[in-house]
Design a protein around this ligand. Structure first.
Ligand code: KG4
Ligand code: ZN
Length: 339
């Protein structure tokens, strides 16, 4: 069985092939960072156009890299995401499905992220708690199995990646903000500013990052530079990391889980990894990450989620289907477990 995965929900175009016996056979990603850099954020129309240019060559590349049997089915990201961007991937999936007589399946982007550590050697067993931290989402989810997701907590306002991106903008750092803030933070003093650790004193597992953003804005004034900028970056990062760490510990304790999965772009943050690693040793839980390339958006996770749900693949009826919003808790376990 060979599944083609297609991802186009935001600013990465990606294609991948997952095989039931050999695992991940090929994957390719094209990042649109250069397309959006001048605007300091993703411009939806430019994203759609770039997906339209790049997806087909990426699919041809992964098909060409592997000496493979014919495809069994196509999994594409159906949502949530930018609707125009999603429609490009969905159109290509429907077109390929129709022309090759292949079944297709629309995959939930967040399910892809939640299952992405299962692509690695030494993958976690179910159940686990997943911290999903990306540019668009901040979620804590109890994962009992494929499609068995219980939402434990979420951000009531900005996503944590968005907070990194906005902080980078306030500090006159580049786009995307996460790596730029983290680089400046490495030179700064994390204790220089006493930024809030939002919603950590009250019980509960929700997050809020808009107050922290305001505190950074007040400290930043007119685009600081040098030591002041690095100190704000370091203090901001320390506040975010401590907040995320407190909530992860709380979620693990509340659910009695002993495994934590961290996925999404912010999962690449080294300071966060160190903090969670220290807690794991102290509290006796294990932490799992996808490889760095699969922390950010990719099609390997979409192909894999499609594989786990391969019995749900259906011959298309020509309808191009995408959902800008799609609650994770709407998902159900696969009707027949594929593995
Ligand atoms: O998962 P992702 O690639 O895209 C979404 O689905 O949103 O996550 C991108 C987000 C951006 O906000 C970016 O600034 C952040 O992840 N990010 C980081 C780091 N690398 C990427 N944030 C903090 N530290 C990093 N090293
Ligand atoms: Zn994502």
């Amino acid at each position: 069985m060979l599944i083609l995965g297609i991802e186009s929900s935001c600013d990465e175009s990606a294609a991948a092939l997952f095989d039931d016996t050999r695992g991940l056979v090929a994957h390719a990603v094209h990042s649109q960072v250069a397309v959006h850099a001048d605007y300091g954020g993703v411009v939806p129309e430019l994203a759609s156009r770039d997906h339209a240019r790049k997806l087909t060559p990426l699919i041809e590349r992964v098909r060409g890299e592997a000496d493979d049997p014919p495809l069994t089915g196509i999994a594409y990201t159906r949502g949530p995401g930018l609707v125009g961007a999603l429609l490009v991937g969905a159109s290509i999936a429907v077109g390929l499905g129709e022309s090759h007589g292949l079944p297709i399946l629309g995959v939930h982007h967040m399910e892809g992220h939640l299952l992405s550590p299962l692509l690695e050697d030494g993958a976690p067993a179910f159940p686990y708690v997943a911290l999903l931290v990306s540019g668009g989402h901040t979620l804590l989810v109890y994962v009992a199995g494929v499609g068995e997701y219980q939402l434990l907590g979420r951000s009531v306002d900005d996503a944590v990646g968005e907070a990194f991106d906005k902080t980078a903008k306030l500090l006159g750092l580049g786009y995307p903000g996460g790596p730029a803030v983290s680089e400046a933070a490495a030179r700064g003093d994390p204790a220089a500013y006493d930024f809030p650790r939002p919603m950590t004193r009250k019980p509960g597992l929700d997050f809020s990052f808009s107050g922290l953003k305001t505190a950074v804005k007040l400290a930043a004034g007119d685009t600081p530079s040098g030591k002041a900028r690095d100190d704000i970056a370091a203090s901001f990062q320390a506040a975010v990391v401590e907040t995320l760490t407190v909530k992860c510990r709380r979620a693990l304790a509340a659910s009695s889980a002993t495994r934590l999965v961290v996925a999404g772009g912010v999962g690449a943050n080294r300071h966060l990894r160190r903090s969670l690693g220290d807690c794991a040793t102290a509290d006796g839980f294990e932490v799992f990450y996808p490889r760095p390339a699969f922390c950010t958006d990719n099609a390997a996770m979409i192909a894999y989620a499609g594989y786990r749900r391969c019995r749900e693949m259906r011959q298309g009826n020509g309808v191009i289907d995408a959902l800008a919003r799609w609650p994770l808790t709407d998902l159900a376990p696969p009707v027949y477990q594929s593995v």
